[in-house]
Write a protein that binds this ligand. Sequence first.
Ligand SMILES: O=c1ccn([C@@H]2O[C@H](COP(=O)(O)OP(=O)(O)O[C@H]3O[C@H](CO)[C@@H](O)[C@H](O)[C@H]3O)[C@@H](O)[C@H]2O)c(=O)[nH]1
Ligand SMILES: [Mn+2]
Length: 963
Amino acid sequence: MLGETSSKNPRISHVSISTGDICSEFGSSSDFANYTVHVPPTPDNNPAPLHIALQDIDTGSSYKDDDLDQTELRISEEEDALLYKVSQPLTRVVKISPIIIALYRILIFVRIVALCLFLFWRVKHKNEKAVWLWLLSVICEFWFAFSWLIDQIPRLYPVNHATDTEALKARFESPNPNNPTGKSDLPGIDVFVSTADAEKEPPLVTANTILSILSVDYPVEKLSCYLSDDGGSLLTFEAMAEAASFAKIWVPFCRKHKVEPRNPESYFGLKKDPYKGKVRHDFVRERRYVKRGYEEFKVRVNALSHSIRRRSDAFNSKEEIKALEKWKNWKVKVEEDQVKEPRPAIVAPKATWMSDGTHWPGTWTVPCQNHSRGDHASIIQVLLDPPQDEPDNERGGEECALDFEGVDTRLPMFVYVSREKRPSYDHNKKAGAMNALVRASAIMSNGPFILNLDCDHYVYNSIAFRDGICFMMDQDGDRVCYVQFPQRFEGIDPSDRYANKNTVFFDINLRALDGIQGPMYVGTGCLFRRTALYGFDPPDLPMETEPSGGCCCCFPQEKKRSPATVASQPAYYVDVEEEDQFDVNLIRKHIGSSSMLVTSVKVAEFQGKPLAMGHSSIRGRPPGSLTCGREPLDAAAVSEAVNVISCWYEDKTEWGISVGWVYGSVTEDVVTGFRMHEKGWRSFYCVTEPDAFRGSAPINLTDRLHQVLRWATGSVEIFFSRNNAIVAGRKLKFLQRISYVNVGIYPFTSIFILTYCFLPPLSLFSGQFVVDSLAPAFLIYLLTISLSLCGLAVLEVKWSGISLEEWWRNEQFWLIGGTSAHLVAVLQGFLKVIAGIEISFTLTSKSSGDDEDDEFADLYLFKWTSLMILPLTIIILNIVAILFAFCRTVFSDIPQWSNLVGGTFFAVWVLVHMYPFAKGLMGRRGRTPTIVYVWSGLIAICISLLYVTIKNSELNGGSFQLT
Ligand SMILES: O=c1ccn([C@@H]2O[C@H](COP(=O)(O)OP(=O)(O)O[C@H]3O[C@H](CO)[C@@H](O)[C@H](O)[C@H]3O)[C@@H](O)[C@H]2O)c(=O)[nH]1
Ligand SMILES: [Mn+2]
């Protein structure tokens, strides 16, 4: 509906127009005569009565409906549909079936009660025959009940959120009075990709990730991509240059034919028919052409290490010859004239050369001073320049083999960054790399949002960026610090033996947190608000009654402005010059001295705001404020960007403390997210269909255990640090806090798991049991506890959509991890706290998917690690104990069947959990590894020993007692 109003008085200070619930406010303007306003119709298309109120600047008197002369009211259906879309919220809550949730909560309650009663019963009924066994088991049971509780309680309010990208389009990209051309008004996004080692993280994988990012469905001029290379390797650099050049055909091809996913390796490897649903006649030809191009690209990338070596050898030998000549000249000179000249070096260093005949400033193949992993200069190279402002769709493709008529062929900016490294500095692993990118990108593109991806996590769904932005641009979106996407994995064995997919965490825990204060940050696939990373507090909520133009974010120490000043400020952008000096100084103290960086902060803050629409979002920016393009990159900006990624830049600043990714933890991700929640920010969980991003995960047991070890160690670190949620501030919600406490505590459960796994063998050997006798009450409690757990599992499976098998895998791995990695993590954590021994970050190797014959070859890889000793011992002991106890009971005069059954039950419980581990040790079926023989040998020895012991005890006439 278009309402055109003209007022009697031309000097109007305030206009507000409302129909039904929807309300639009306009700031001051000197002339509102013939002002055109959009008033969205109500959903049922029944135009609600239009109310208009104006206020006169000079007289202060206000006018209402009747005073105004409504000259014209035009309505068209098309406009209606669009305007209706514009008024729609960008995200909504999708209800999970209330019956399931109700049942779920009831069952949780029932189990809590049952556990309490059970523990009470256990304490009261001491097993006098074996007090030690009783005591050990009761302590464990108390802990298990506690750890279950803190794991379960935060899952009380699971929700699902859905986004409406159509509404986003309508609101930001359709023509309207503020934005007549319909140019995109969406905020900018800077994408960060991290890689650290060209060996473990093949550049081809990284290149594919980059290609998938460059081709996402988001306005090109708003998108920038940064690659952080902590290895500083020329191999990665040149692979990225190749990717940038291949992108010139890949990206327009994706845009034209709307192919998915936009990672060429995955796309060309798809098993389904690529022509299904494609109608354009030129698709077949162009696909063939691009596929060929990709194949050649792959060959070039794979040949890079070879060609770099050959090139470097050639340059080096030339240098050597030159050096030799110089030396000869010097020798001749010295012999003839006796001049005192310093002797030139004969052997040139084994440098690594770039193709333009200069030394590579990063790490050399033969590392030396200034050119090794931990010791090299800063490198920033813009591989793709920022695109021009207007779509470039005139150009045909390479020699017109591809017809890109009408397709926008511009590419987003793409920058290679390798931060400076020096031996005397701590580089803070991934967190340090990310922080360097935050600064460099602030100067080069300053996107108000930052999406971070690991090098092996590529964009699987090209509109996912828009889904994420929906949360940020929705009403109250300015209180959202980040939007986390689930991590989804590829190349995992169908039965997911080691619970690599982590579905319980990603589909149950995080969804549940989404109903409280939001999911944790898990390191990759996360869209951040830049100002949240800068350590700002979230803006205040508007007051209930009166809209206070809640000011921009403030640093925690900064005094909040009084309401009076807030109200008098315009609702949008405050110029940096107008800000009081105090602010700028404070910002400088936090983020360092670069003035370009300091100036960029306010701009990012403003640009990240949702649109101002109606009363409740007066904190927003005016529509149409981001439709103009950005300034081109100049040399000064690039050199400033180089400046801010140097080692010393962070000296005496808050980077890694209260600004950016947090330092001092191998799981920097959880801590970084925690700090934001602690300040009162909200995060959202964005589950899309198809998956937004996909990555790889280690599928062999050893790598998996090391990964779990790193995470658990990070958790222990958190527990012993000031980031322990128990001591967090008031703004962290209660259940959210419990959930974070759980993250810090879960590794400690391993101590009790270990004890509990040894209980069955102990009781079987000793002929005792944790209880005096299998009393009916004990059995009933046991049954209730187990059944309620099964019930909860079934309900969780129902509301989260994971499969029961996945749930069970997770349960199994909980025991495997608990008896190996978690325990070591606890030890390491103690070592760090007591002796200050640092924990290293072992990179997880990414398979390049080269093994065509066997996709899961990696699964059977067996690499011995000492983490395996304990689980192995547990398996053997439990098996032996069952055999032993069975023999004894059978041969005994007064068989203690109930103790045998009780003990065996627990031992079997342990063993079924350990099954995947045992399978992992077996390696590939058919190729029986030596370990099996070792095993069989051990078991045989044990059994024969036992046989002898039993015989002896029988001879002695007494029953066997372990002392
Ligand atoms: O000094 C370093 C170390 C690591 N990385 C990068 O960090 C990422 C994660 O490393 P990876 O070995 O793949 O760890 P995962 O076990 O797969 O990682 C999970 O857990 C980590 C925390 O332990 C998070 O940082 C990750 O984002 C999350 O995916 C990779 O892109 C690396 O290139 C760096 O940039 N610099
Ligand atoms: Mn990874």
